[in-house]
Design a protein around this ligand. Structure first.
Ligand code: NDP
Ligand code: DGY
Length: 322
């Protein structure tokens, strides 16, 4: 059997790959992404593919792989880079990495929210460049979580982990939205299920932690930002395409909202001359939610174990239900 791995993966997963001995390993052995051309060549005849979120696995790639392909294992919880319907149609099994990255991503979301709402990058810059002349009553003021309303778009694994971390800051009320109420999960935070527009209108902090699907594509657009409070802070740790970035730019420059913190953008990487980078009230990170050594190693081991189980026809530790 042939397995194609589209990148050098973290050491613990890499070690596991090397010791299985049940397949012939071909790998794009680099820290940099594989080109489309090399991906199409590399997957030819593969029984298994281990890919990253930066690899678009569409019909063309599946055709290039051919009929041997039994399993795809992605080193991510998000599956928006995969042609899920086509994978299902071909009877290919799909492994992904939920749960093991939830804590790291929620921690980063809280860090990004605080960094944005308390204007840390501006403060650091002012202290360094001489803008810090004296202590002034309203200088560098931002907004705090105490007594606030936090709206979470997507109270899934990561959304709940974010709420759990924000609660001790003294948040007064949690709102959430999704396809349907999640009464059991929401009970922990006494979170109230509301329509998207109501969440926009009533939240002091909006946190996006949903999956990217056709329904969530550009969910946060002009209409959404116009409904938000002028003092509200917007944070996205989901996928860039959940946001219409042009509308977000307008909202940030017109004072429709106060600030935004983005761990994800469209495209990725966001070109350094993108207008959002010119705004003081926009904090942009390079998609680093799950970026801790421990989490990335654990993700890599899970991805390899999913791959192995798929090749052996055994239950996967984390199989995506197609
Ligand atoms: P879950 O499947 O647990 O949660 C997904 C959430 O998306 C659910 O709450 C679901 O709500 C919500 N959702 C789906 N459709 C809609 C919709 N139409 N409107 C509103 N909400 C919707 O996944 P995780 O929490 O584990 O991960 C969520 C996403 O976070 C991933 O798909 C990925 O894109 C992103 N992510 C980003 C990381 C980063 O580094 N920044 C790291 C890890 C993940 P419901 O089912 O109630 O409708
Ligand atoms: C995912 O897993 O979907 C994240 O975006 C990266 O960890």
């Amino acid at each position: 059997m042939k397995v194609f791995v589209t990148r050098t993966i973290p050491p613990e997963g890499q070690a596991l790959l090397a010791q299985t001995g049940i397949f012939k390993l071909e790998q794009w052995d680099s820290d940099e992404p594989i080109s489309r051309e090399d991906l199409l060549k590399g997957v030819a005849g593969a029984h298994g593919i281990l890919c990253l979120l930066s690899d678009k696995i569409d019909k063309e790639v599946l055709d290039a792989a051919g009929s041997n392909l039994k399993v795809i294992s992605t080193l991510s919880v998000g599956v928006d880079h995969l042609a899920v319907d086509e994978i299902k149609k071909r009877g290919i099994r799909l492994g992904y990495t939920p749960d093991v990255l939830t804590d790291a991503t929620a921690e980063l979301a809280v860090a990004l929210l605080l960094t944005t709402s308390r204007r840390l990058p501006e403060g650091i810059q002012e202290a360094k460049n001489g803008g810090w002349i004296s202590w002034k009553p309203l200088w560098m003021c931002g907004y705090q979580l105490l007594n606030s309303t936090v709206g979470i778009i997507g109270l899934g694994r990561i959304g709940q982990a974010i709420a759990r971390r924000l609660k001790p800051f003294g948040v007064q009320k949690f709102l959430y939205t999704g396809r349907r109420p999640r009464a059991k999960e929401a009970a922990e935070f006494q979170a109230v299920f509301v329509p998207l527009e109501q969440l926009a209108a009533q939240s002091d902090f909006v946190v996006v932690s949903c999956a990217l699907t056709p329904e969530t594509q550009e969910l946060c657009n002009k209409n959404f930002f116009q409904k938000m409070k002028k003092t509200a802070v917007f944070v996205n740790v989901s996928r860039g395409d959940v946001v219409n970035q042009e509308d977000l730019y307008q909202a940030l420059t017109n004072g429709q909202i106060t600030a935004a913190g983005l761990d994800v953008t469209s495209p990725e990487p966001l070109p350094t001359n993108h207008p959002l980078f010119s705004l003081k009230n926009c904090v942009i990170l390079p998609h680093m939610g799950s970026a801790t050594y421990g989490t990335r190693n654990t993700m890599s081991v899970l991805a390899v174990n999913n791959l192995l189980a798929g090749l052996k026809g055994e239950p996967m530790p984390s199989e995506f239900k197609l």
